[in-house]
Design a protein around this ligand. Structure first.
Ligand SMILES: Cc1ncc(COP(=O)(O)O)c(C=O)c1O
Length: 415
């Protein structure tokens, strides 16, 4: 009889198969020192484009002070227990009210983590009679929420409204026989390509089909829309999005997440989301720190304006230099190159070691074979000099790539 661990050696998984060659450098790198555009990687300062610290709040002195004051006052334990049993506080409820008002929804529920929150919101909302229709390039938390669903799920081609319409027709037919209903799920901003979900067009389909819409706006909250309220504000369709989700892991530079919706939906979620009912409440420094961050996002529009100044300079500069940055309309900036996985590692090694630039690198199986994406996340704390330095470095590595200088059999080694 086989041991359950036998297969671990045979099947490390799509990412794990690179563990021995990549660990500590391409995967699980350690970025040290204060969070910001210049951080230490392997003992040397590098210009860093890999953090979702969009508004630069992670290391802002006012944020640090709010976090540390709250930790000094409450410690990390309070409140103990799940919110339903013993872990509720006035601060948790204040943050919910502040978030609801900021995203222009009547009510809100705080979540311990975004990933678990999305997963169990989906689990709570649908039963086996219902049908989920979701975008093919949805984040893993959506996919895993869909996996929990006991009824049918139909996937539509990424951002393809014809495909969505086809799946809605199928779903409508099915729920007519099961007596269930339809939940459509997509993202506000897709984190790999930087394209926006076609929220306004999806909302318009409500004229033809009966469904509710859940949007994961992890990358849009704080970065998109006139006030930073997110991609629904940007596309002027706040009302048509029935369930708005975002995490604190990006613009808010914290931990936690929330869902905003109508009061009866939030009341239902409060009493039915297993990931929240059976897990400890967010500790006070994260809650008080989030109240501070949200106040800053609300009252300091200059943070978002600076993010967009850097974003526009970076994206325009890259385009002028002949780079393909895909179809982004958000700060997420993918630089699309062609090459093998060994080429990708030699190029990244050169970029990090000789140009001191650190950014995320995405290769097969996350993107098609032969494609390399260098993913840059501009922030409000980058400078125009950082942008110019990066574009100059990218020009150099691109010409080396085109000249075949990175064409090697083996992955680049690091000491
Ligand atoms: C699109 C999207 N949804 C959900 C999450 C999960 O949020 P959290 O980190 O709060 O679990 C992330 C990553 O942070 C994300 O990028």
């Amino acid at each position: 009889m086989r041991d359950i661990f036998d297969k671990l050696h045979e099947r490390m998984g799509p990412l794990g198969q690179h563990a021995d060659d990549a660990h500590g450098y391409y995967t699980f790198p350690k970025l040290e020192g204060p969070i910001g555009p210049r951080m230490i990687f392997r003992g040397k300062e590098r210009l860093n484009w890999s953090l979702n610290n969009y508004l630069g709040l992670a290391n802002h002195p006012d944020v640090m002070k709010a976090d540390t004051d709250a930790a000094a006052q409450f410690g990390m334990a309070y409140p103990m227990g799940a919110r339903m049993m013993s872990g509720n506080s006035n601060y948790h409820e204040q943050l919910e009210r502040d978030l609801a008002s900021f995203v222009q929804k009547p009510d809100c529920i705080l979540l311990n983590y975004g990933y678990q929150g999305v997963l169990s919101a989906i689990d709570a909302l649908v039963d086996r009679h219902d049908v989920i229709v979701y975008d093919a390039e949805s984040h893993a938390c959506i996919i895993d929420g869909v996996r929990l669903h006991m009824g049918k799920r139909f996937v539509y081609n990424h951002n393809n409204m014809e495909s969505l319409e086809q799946q809605l027709k199928r779903a409508t037919k099915l729920v007519e026989s099961t007596g269930g209903a339809i939940l459509v799920i997509t993202e506000g901003v897709f984190g790999m390509t930087g394209s926006q979900g076609k929220l306004k067009e999806i909302v318009a389909m409500k004229e033809k089909f009966n469904f509710r819409l859940l949007v994961d706006d992890a990358h849009g909250f704080g970065t998109m829309g006139k006030t930073g309220a997110g991609t629904c504000e940007e596309q002027d369709c706040i009302e048509g999005v029935d369930i708005y989700f975002s995490t604190f892991a990006k613009s808010m530079a914290g931990i936690g997440a929330f869902i905003a919706s109508e009061p009866h939906v939030i009341k239902f979620l409060r009493y039915n989301m297993r990931s929240q009912i059976y897990a400890k409440a967010l500790p006070m420094p994260l809650v008080v720190g989030s109240i501070k961050r949200l106040e800053m996002i609300r009252t300091q529009p200059e943070l978002k304006n600076k993010l967009w100044t850097i974003t526009n300079a970076l994206q325009n500069g890259l385009k002028e230099a002949g780079f393909n940055i895909g179809i982004t309309t958000t700060p997420v900036t993918p630089v699309v190159l062609n090459g093998t996985i060994p080429e990708a590692t030699h190029l990244t090694h050169d970029l990090r070691e000789n140009f001191n630039i650190f950014c995320s690198i995405v290769v097969y199986p996350v993107v098609p074979k032969g494609m390399i994406i260098l993913r840059l996340i501009p922030t409000a704390v980058h400078s125009l000099d950082d942008v110019n330095e990066t574009i100059a470095a990218f020009k150099s590595i691109k010409s080396k790539l085109d000249a075949g200088e990175y064409r090697k059999e083996k992955l680049a080694e690091f000491a």
